[in-house]
Design a protein around this ligand. Structure first.
Ligand code: XLS
Ligand code: MG
Length: 344
């Protein structure tokens, strides 16, 4: 057995280049044009935020939302695409400035639940049962702002409501330790799996490991993946790269640390990732300096690097690796891996 790799990204991964310090620098690419890029770039499925799938959903009636989602499904089918997951985009709404499920305002928490149910309904129309929760603002700028015990209780209660709302869905938590908050409540795979264990149906709560998020927690992404794999909880991944502990960079996969990227590809491949239909998501962003007509190269590059690293991993002499391990000669093993990465 080995990994079986199908690739996905979200419409937000083709973007205009705005950052917190400056405006957009590229023209908006229409949603329909973005969909065409998927197959052109060799991707198989689309990741959606609820409002990527159904724009303006706060102003639509439930029947209109369903209608829009059905139209989208047909549009995807036309391009030979399917939807991998739907994620409620709870961090942008004016109602959820103070967080969503953990907000201090009961009204905001109620909004978050209603919005999550809409995301679940959209996922149902798009034929996917995977709901991703990036708990972006579920945290604090100062510790006194919220009670961390109550926050976890509220997260559990919210996930329970989702699991009970639709018995088919699976909820995938995407941990991240900070940004936009100073500190968030579910920073690692261990926290995410622990949170799932508190819910009414732990078997339906899993994890999405994003490389950059693990690095921001000062952890090795491949170890986070291994931890989730050991629990059979690695239901999707967001590969990218990150140059040390700073803002979330979403750099092309492997562009900072090839060895670290290699370790991620290897752990996925060695544990048959994808054999149950899991996708490899590339949550990468083009550099702000990239011009309009070449602003999808980060998606091309990430996949190309993934396959090069896969080829290297599969070409290694496993018996030599075992020999180094049994002799505890990790210096020899280190050089072997470095030479393989250097192509020599
Ligand atoms: C954060 C992502 C975010 C989730 C899905 O890293 O880009 O959008 O992956 O909600
Ligand atoms: Mg992500």
């Amino acid at each position: 057995m080995a990994g079986k790799f199908k690739f996905t990204f979200g419409p937000w991964n083709i973007h205009e280049g705005a950052d917190p310090f400056g405006p957009e620098v590229r023209k908006t690419i229409s949603f329909d044009r973005k969909l065409e890029y998927y197959k052109e770039l060799g991707y198989d499925a689309v990741q959606f935020h609820d409002d990527d799938a159904v724009p303006n959903l706060n102003n639509l009636r439930p029947s209109q939302i369903t209608e829009e989602a059905k139209l989208l499904k047909a549009k995807l089918a036309n391009q030979g695409l399917v939807s991998e997951f739907v994620a409620p985009r709870l961090w942008e709404d004016p109602m959820t400035i103070d967080g969503a499920y953990t907000a201090n305002s009961a009204k905001a928490r109620q909004y978050a639940i209603e919005r999550s149910k809409i995301a679940i309904d959209i996922a149902h129309e798009l034929d996917t049962n995977l709901i991703v929760l990036w708990l972006a603002r579920e945290g604090t700028y100062i510790r006194e702002a919220k009670d961390s015990k109550v926050a976890v209780d509220r997260l559990v209660e919210s996930i329970n409501t989702m699991l009970e709302y639709n018995p088919d869905i699976r909820v995938c938590i995407e941990p991240k330790p900070n940004e936009p908050m100073d500190v968030t409540y579910i920073p690692t795979a261990g926290h995410a799996i622990g949170l799932g264990a508190l819910t009414v149906d732990p078997s339906r709560v899993g994890v999405c490991i994003e490389s950059a998020h693990a690095i921001l927690a000062n952890l090795d992404p491949s170890d986070e993946m291994g931890y989730a794999l050991a629990h059979n909880k690695l239901w999707t991944v967001h590969l990218n790269d990150q140059n040390s502990l700073k803002f979330d960079q979403d750099k092309s996969f492997g562009s900072v640390d090839l060895r670290r990227a290699f370790s991620q590809v290897r752990i996925l491949d060695q544990h048959n990732y994808g054999q149950n239909g899991e996708y490899v998501g590339m949550d990468v962003k083009a550099m702000r300096t990239q011009k309009d007509d070449v602003a999808t190269k980060h998606l091309r590059n990430s996949k190309e690097v993934f396959f090069k690293l896969l080829e290297i991993s599969r070409s290694l002499d496993e018996s030599f690796i075992e020999k180094c391990k049994s002799e505890r000669d990790y210096e020899e093993l280190d050089l072997y891996i470095m030479k393989a990465l250097l192509g020599s």
